[in-house]
Design a protein around this ligand. Structure first.
Ligand code: KIV
Ligand code: ZN
Length: 511
């Protein structure tokens, strides 16, 4: 006899909390591309941004609201009028919208951050929910730093905001302090103690400071929560948020245990993870559950033998169910425009105009000359490269020489605002020489915080995907580059980071 399971609402906040990771900011176009993937994955709610934060955030929420029809699109808003009105405006064209309003409820946040009395916080929360209801009938209320809030106060504020029209109540573990047993029990008590708790869905939102975000979220689910807020690859502030792929696959794999089911189409997990990684420049660690390159690789002879004899001896999930190794229609140098465009469409990527596709197709042809087989991962990286938002700094040429026993030397030609410059520099290694040459010309004054190279696909002809993180005046950016030549990819990534710094500097000056 099968018992009907409750629906677990998957609320993805990659585009909002995920974007709050230092250096992970995304352009409007990138957000739309990721949102389309999340929609294909059948994510229930997509938090597209924080509309009041900047004009760019507002436009991104608006663009996602227009592009997505199947998932509900949400904007974050503090519990103040200006934020809520801005969120409502950005969501106007959404097929289904949600306003997510929040205020801190822990003693430490109320006293030091808000400098408000609990009674005033309660009144402001109620007012915010009522205002939000004027824009949409789907309002979520979050008690920021909820896991460190006084239970009695939480019961009162939750009862009041439900009565004011909030349909979802989120109690975040904002600082990642919670422990699974304690956090789950907190939900059980809240649900039992709040008289109108049956009128709302309870939600969890966990940060990973102690590595417990997924465990805490799942414990909450075991204690009555029916919405999980999470991000692709666990991206998010500081140590990140609970990872969507881990939550979804835990629930799916342990159906014997969890009283819920998600509506997620898991086959899109790996392609979406790849897309988020290539857009943000945050590589996925090889041993990351579900989406890491080694997640399904059995190295030990005993494991391999067991898997060959009977797959379930060591495999609890099937790699293909989360999107590994499938949808890999291979394209190559003889593939025409129609085949390439059709594959992009199957991947959920559409182009706003012919020129945009022309640029991508040119890069495709260039890559196909160097690499026999082009995989979906390559197609994703080509789009990311074509979306460089500013062309202030452009790489024109790179010539690097290395010889055992002598210092590598790089010759770089680049343009700044269309003006060509060139120089030669030596370095400790070929990448060091390349970056030194670029810096001799540009003199950016930025600090290199991270340099990482990852193979986009398998094989020695793979493109290398490079991330360069630069910091200047407290601004952090991640530049990305990809090429079959990792020195060219490195130089591209450095130039991309310089362009992003230039954009963020002009935004700061209000240009
Ligand atoms: O971590 C947090 O508390 C948040 C809220 C705004 C939901 O991100
Ligand atoms: Zn958060």
């Amino acid at each position: 006899m099968s018992t009907k399971k409750d629906k677990l609402v998957i609320f993805d906040t990659t585009l909002r909390d995920g974007e709050q990771s230092p250096g992970a900011s995304m352009t409007k176009e990138e957000k739309v591309r990721i949102a389309r993937m999340l929609e294909r994955m059948r994510v229930d709610v997509i938090e597209a941004g924080f509309a009041i934060a900047s004009p760019g955030d507002f436009e991104a929420v608006q663009a996602v609201a227009e592009a997505v029809t199947e998932s509900r699109v949400c904007s974050l808003a503090r519990a103040v009028n200006g934020d809520i009105i801005r969120a409502g405006e950005a969501l106007k064209k959404a097929n289904a919208s949600r306003i997510h309003t929040f205020i801190a409820t822990s003693p430490i946040h109320m006293q030091y951050k808000l400098q408000m009395d609990p009674e005033d916080v309660l009144q402001q929360a109620v007012k915010a929910v009522k205002t939000a209801r004027q824009f949409t009938d789907d309002v979520e209320f979050s008690l920021e730093d909820g896991s460190r809030s006084e239970p009695e106060f939480m019961y009162r504020i939750i009862e009041a905001v439900i009565a004011a029209g909030a349909g979802t109540i989120n109690i975040p573990d904002t600082v990642g302090y919670g422990e699974p047993g304690e956090y789950g029990a907190m939900f059980r008590r809240v649900i039992e103690s709040v008289p109108n708790s049956d009128k709302a869905i309870f939600s969890t939102h966990c940060h990973n400071d102690l590595g417990l975000a997924v465990a805490n979220s799942l414990s909450a689910v075991m204690n009555g929560v029916r919405q999980v807020e999470c991000t692709i690859n666990g991206l998010g502030e500081r140590a990140g948020n609970a990872s969507l792929e881990e939550i979804v696959m835990a629930v799916q794999t342990r159906q014997d245990l969890y009283p819920v089911d998600t509506g997620i189409d898991t086959h899109h997990i790996v392609p979406t993870s790849r897309m988020v990684s290539s857009v943000t420049g945050f590589p996925v660690q090889p041993n990351k559950a579900i989406v890491g390159a080694n997640a399904f690789a059995h190295e030990s002879g005993i494991h391999q033998d067991g898997v060959l004899k009977h797959r379930e001896t060591y495999e609890i999930m099937r790699a293909e169910d989360v999107g590994w190794g499938q949808n890999r229609l291979v394209l190559g140098k003889h593939s025409g425009r129609a085949a390439v465009r059709a594959r992009y469409e199957e991947l959920g990527i559409t182009f706003s105009d012919g020129e945009e596709f022309r640029q991508v197709f040119l890069r495709f042809k260039d890559l196909a000359d160097k690499k026999h087989e082009i995989f979906d991962e390559d197609l994703h990286s080509l789009v990311t490269l074509c979306e460089t938002p500013s062309e202030r700094f452009q790489l024109i040429d790179l010539d690097v020489r290395t010889k055992i026993g002598s210092a590598p030397q790089a010759f770089v030609r680049l343009s700044i605002d269309g003006e060509p410059h060139q120089i030669e520099a030596k370095g400790g290694g070929p990448v060091d020489a390349t970056f030194k040459a670029i810096e001799h010309i540009v003199n950016s004054g930025a600090d290199l915080k991270l340099y990482s190279v990852n193979a986009v696909t398998q094989g020695t002809d793979s493109q290398g995907s490079v991330t360069v993180r630069l910091e200047k005046d407290g601004r952090l950016v991640n530049g990305v580059g990809a090429d079959t030549d990792i020195l060219i990819a490195s130089a591209q990534a450095y130039m991309d980071a310089l362009n992003l710094l230039a954009i963020s500097a002009s935004k700061k000056q209000g240009v």
